[in-house]
Design a protein around this ligand. Structure first.
Ligand code: SF4
Length: 370
């Protein structure tokens, strides 16, 4: 089975409950005068009359699925594609307290918490933070470059709801180029090996850049089989405001071409992205952006609208949900979203069954049970 049964069943129940009775306080829409957050909003007009874009199918059923929790932005590396160390340069020395992190976890109630950053393994109380979140019945993906896993492993307890998610963008040579330091791949592999030997669940997380050769990603997943890795997340690199000037990011057409063969990879390896999202990456279906499904919380507050674009930081989760002009984002609504196919915006749409086909239920079930 791809995920622990408790996780699959818990998530299915959570989604069903929220779809049937969405929390009314999160569905409120701010007054037009207050909806100034997006200066790039495309105003749809027809013969001089303002006409609204097609309404989002879930706009009145908003709820979070995965909280992106960034306790700090400091990192021991300066990876080429990282927007965080650039966007949050002025607050790079700041960090959230464990209590602030837990308040965010409680406030939004998302069943999955992805702890990212920065490098969360250098957060001084990372062990206590993860155990408090596990004790709240949440599932954790601890995203790490893997360099401190061997040293800090004793701060964690193996648990079916806790996954290390190790960043690997290629085999040794190309991964070390992407993270701009030699030896990182080797240390990450040592970390994976140690964590698996100690009984932890370990996934990997790979970003595919314009220059990435998909044959190398296949080689990487094949190489990782010997360590008993529990699954792989994969996502295209898409340029956004903090890193847009670089040439390593892909357009929508580049992404579709790059991921044409992803199904074959998915049959050979345990890829944790849903098959519906993979269809989207292959250009076989359209999905609307559901950025509220993946809210981000960090030292500046609740980041809106999404993990990638920052038009505002809100003090409370409810403000993020109700004051973000959600319909101003996504393809056709904001030029910054035109090429976006990243999983923080679209994986929730796949999980929620938006634009679903009849065959999706069988496809999703066989994927989850495999
Ligand atoms: S389309 Fe992408 S960049 Fe735009 S709001 Fe959604 S996730 Fe963010």
């Amino acid at each position: 089975m791809r995920f622990p049964l408790s996780m699959t069943a818990g998530l299915a129940g959570y989604i069903a409950r929220n779809k049937i009775s969405p929390r009314p306080e999160w569905q409120v829409t701010a007054e037009p005068a207050a909806r100034t957050a997006n200066p790039f909003h495309i105003i749809h007009t027809r013969t001089g009359t303002a006409t609204p874009a097609k309404p989002h199918p879930m706009i009145r059923k908003r709820f979070p699925l995965v909280l992106m929790l960034e306790p700090l932005h400091a990192c021991n590396l300066t990876c080429t594609g990282c927007g965080r160390i650039r966007e949050y340069e002025t607050t790079i020395t700041k960090r959230l307290s464990v209590e602030q992190c837990l308040r965010a976890v409680d406030e939004c109630g998302a069943p999955v918490v992805s702890i990212c950053g920065g490098e969360p393994m250098i957060y001084p109380e990372i062990g206590r933070l993860t155990s408090e979140i596990v004790n709240r019945g949440r599932h954790i993906y601890l995203c790490t470059n893997g360099m401190f896993m061997v040293k800090k492993l004793k701060e964690f307890q193996p648990n079916d709801t806790f996954f290390f998610n190790v960043h690997l963008d290629g085999m040794e040579k190309n991964h070390d180029i992407a993270v701009e330091r030699e030896g990182v791949f080797r240390e990450a592999i040592d970390g994976i090996r140690a964590a698996k030997a100690a009984g932890f669940k370990v996934c990997t997380n790979t970003t595919v850049y314009r220059e990435t050769d998909m044959a190398e990603i296949e080689e990487l997943f094949g190489y990782l089989e010997q360590f008993g890795v529990d699954g792989h997340m994969i996502a295209p690199a898409y340029g956004y405001s903090a890193v847009n000037d670089r040439e390593i990011f892909m357009t929508r057409d580049d992404i579709i071409a790059k991921f044409q063969d992803i199904d074959r990879l998915g049959r050979r390896f345990r890829i944790n992205n849903s098959p519906v999202y993979l269809d989207f990456l292959r250009g076989e279906r359209e999905l609307p952006c559901t950025a509220w499904g993946n809210p981000t919380y960090n030292v500046k507050g609740w980041k809106g609208p999404c993990y990638l674009i920052t038009d505002a930081h809100y003090e409370t989760f409810e403000q993020l949900m109700t004051q973000t002009p959600w319909e101003h984002y996504g393809h056709g609504n904001d030029p910054r979203c035109d090429h976006c196919m990243v999983h923080c915006g679209y994986e929730p749409s796949a999980a929620l069954g938006i634009n679903s086909k009849l065959s999706d239920t069988i496809k999703l079930l066989s994927w989850a049970l495999r």
